[in-house]
Design a protein around this ligand. Structure first.
Ligand code: G
Ligand code: G
Ligand code: MN
Ligand code: NA
Length: 254
């Protein structure tokens, strides 16, 4: 209960902040986008990672205003960077299932883009497999409405959920994010390598891009390059960074 009360106050007291992790083009090594990841700077608890509070925020309904803040802040920051002459990058925002089920989400997102002046093509929304599979018919309509605005759509944690491959064809998607559990042992575990190779082949045959998560070593990256993976994200390049540190990384050439 104390956590719930503290979380509600956190939004009012502006204790949330976004960190940014680069998404890197495998072929060129260039930073092409970033994922915004929320943190709670709690005066009592220190820096709290999202896994420790997103679930509670969902239970108490705070995820809607919190998710709205995350989207607005990510777009505001990215537009500010663009106006300051930083390279044009896309910013990815994670959507909770609750947000994805809000019927007015497309209008809300459009309003944020209008208010911040950021182009729709510079926004990416990450939804998990389970979120889109919960109600595929509704999800397909929602993805159409978001994608129709020019927003990029990624499927997060791909391969970990219950997925019917037929939905890949029906849904308006741009990118599959291969879950880091398949990447970890990719250069030593033949099964993981086979899964990653198959996901890449499947994605490419459906004209989707593929990004690998959790890349920590040169060996993993070399393997992903060999398999034709498009982008990667992971500690090898950078952990998620506070805004000013992320800006310094990009200005230093990624
Ligand atoms: O930042 P970290 O690597 O600790 O993220 C852990 C999890 O929290 C990830 O699964 C990520 O998708 C989720 N997460 C991070 N930021 C947000 C956010 O703004 N909204 C939602 N719904 N989930 C987030
Ligand atoms: O949204 P998603 O579930 O992809 O959240 C990204 C999470 O992965 C964040 O918690 C982030 O801190 C974490 N992460 C990012 N890069 C790495 C990495 O290279 N290794 C590991 N173990 N975790 C990572
Ligand atoms: Mn994500
Ligand atoms: Na993920």
């Amino acid at each position: 209960l104390a956590l719930e009360r503290a979380l509600r106050l956190a939004l009012e007291n502006q204790q949330f902040e976004l960190h940014y992790q680069p998404k890197v083009d495998v072929a060129s090594g260039a930073v092409v986008a970033m994922e915004a990841l929320v943190r709670w700077r709690c005066p009592q608890r220190g820096m709290v990672p999202p896994n420790d509070f997103i679930g509670v925020a969902e239970e108490i309904g705070l995820i809607i205003p919190l998710g709205a803040w995350v989207l607005r802040e990510a777009c505001r920051q990215n537009r500010a960077w663009q106006l300051a002459g930083m390279a044009q990058l896309r910013v990815a925002v994670n959507l909770s299932a609750y947000q994805f089920r809000q019927k007015d989400l497309p209008e809300f997102v459009a309003g944020v883009l209008r208010d911040t002046g950021m182009d729709a093509s510079c926004l990416e929304l990450e939804v998990t497999e389970s979120v889109v599979m919960h109600n595929p018919a509704d999800a397909a309509r929602m993805l159409d409405r978001l994608h129709g605005q020019g927003i990029h759509i990624s499927v997060d944690d791909f391969g970990t959920g219950y997925s019917s491959l037929s939905y890949l064809k029906q849904f308006r998607l741009d990118t599959l994010k291969i879950d880091r559990s398949f990447v970890r042992d990719i250069s030593s575990d033949a099964d993981d390598a086979a899964i990653v190779r198959s996901v890449i082949a499947l994605a490419h045959s459906l004209r989707l891009k593929v990004i690998a998560e959790g890349v920590e070593t040169d060996a993993q990256l070399a393997y992903l390059r060999e398999l034709g993976c498009d982008q990667y994200q992971g500690y090898l390049r950078s952990k998620p960074l506070p805004a000013h540190e992320f800006e310094a990384l990009v200005r230093a050439g990624g």
